[in-house]
Design a binder for this molecule. Structure first.
Ligand code: SF4
Length: 307
């Protein structure tokens, strides 16, 4: 997949201590993208041959639900099925529903009516209550995270599972994250008629530069071992993605460790602010997969989304 993450606002009140991206509402440097700016980014993505955008911003108290609904319906009206978009992460969805004083089901329905098909599992980082108390106490509990994901599936929207490793989490916390994800998938597949549940799992690594807590990046070898463990553990999730965004071309080694899917990102301010580097030399990255014995195939997300 060729994709771009659109960071529509960097204003956020959650104050996660591992984040180098956000500005508080009163701080200088905060921004909100206009529809025209979002369209320009989408046009550029299409021109490069990509067809997947993912929206990820902050918990911005000045943005009402109507900002999102108008933006997403305008995108559907302008682009139709030419591109697909992941509208928001579970964490932003929770904030939005909370802020608009809607139930999760009502908020999911409003987004669906605005043309949204996907809300990703982003904002999960490490799904243990302890981890969240240590680092992201305003970013909702694990129980709330899964309630929101369930509401999304019940509304007939599609979603994914994510994870970020390399903070100060223990091995037990990593296992708890996998266990909770696996149990959630079993439950929703059994209880929600017709759902596909979590359609993929994407794990990436924490980038520590310019964050409050700092730290040292974990090695690619550790990332790959975790990918292999996740592939074995999450045997009820069909697709496993490896993260070019945080591992560059070495992410492709993940294909030897159980991954079968990856995207080439052209932008993500959140991880770039914390030290991620993005290359637009797609052939160089794909050639690395070829030297490992794989033949990468382009996957059109827009076409698959209509199924
Ligand atoms: S990680 Fe997301 S929710 Fe947390 S402070 Fe950064 S932008 Fe806000």
């Amino acid at each position: 997949m060729l994709m771009r993450i659109i960071n529509y606002t960097n204003v956020c009140v959650a104050q996660c201590d591992y984040c180098a991206f956000y500005k508080l509402p009163s701080q200088e440097g905060g921004y909100v993208l206009t529809q025209a700016q979002v369209f320009a980014k989408l046009d550029e993505l299409l021109a490069l041959g990509g067809d997947l955008a993912a929206f990820n911003g902050g918990f911005n108290p000045h943005l009402p639900l109507s900002y999102y609904c108008e933006l997403f319906s305008a995108i559907r009206a302008r682009y139709g099925d030419k591109l697909e978009f992941y509208a928001l992460t579970i964490a932003e969805f929770l904030y939005l529903a909370d802020h608009a004083r809607l139930t999760l089901a009502q908020a999911a329905q409003q987004l669906k009516d605005a043309g949204v098909r996907w809300i990703t599992g982003g904002g999960s980082e490490i799904l243990t209550e302890d981890f969240r108390k240590r680092h992201a106490k305003f970013k909702y509990t694990v129980a709330e995270y899964f309630d929101a994901q369930r509401a999304i599936l019940e509304a007939g929207l599609r979603t994914t599972a994510t994870m970020v490793i390399g903070f100060d989490e223990t091995i037990d916390e990593r296992l708890e994250h996998l266990e909770r994800t696996r149990a959630f998938q079993d439950k929703v597949l059994a209880e929600i008629p017709g759902t596909r549940g979590l359609e993929s799992f994407l794990c990436w690594t924490y980038k520590p530069y310019f964050t409050q807590i700092g730290g040292i990046e974990i090695s690619t070898a550790e990332y790959l071992r975790h990918l292999a463990l996740s592939r074995i553990y999450l045997d009820n999730i069909p697709r496993m993605r490896t993260s070019v965004l945080t591992q560059n071309e070495r992410a492709l080694e993940g294909l030897l460790y159980g991954a079968d899917d990856f995207d080439l990102p052209i932008e993500d301010e959140v991880t770039q602010k914390a030290g991620a580097t993005i290359s637009l030399d797609f052939e160089k990255i794909l050639n690395y997969a070829r030297t490992l014995g794989f033949e990468p195939t382009y996957r059109s997300v827009a076409a698959a989304s209509k199924l």
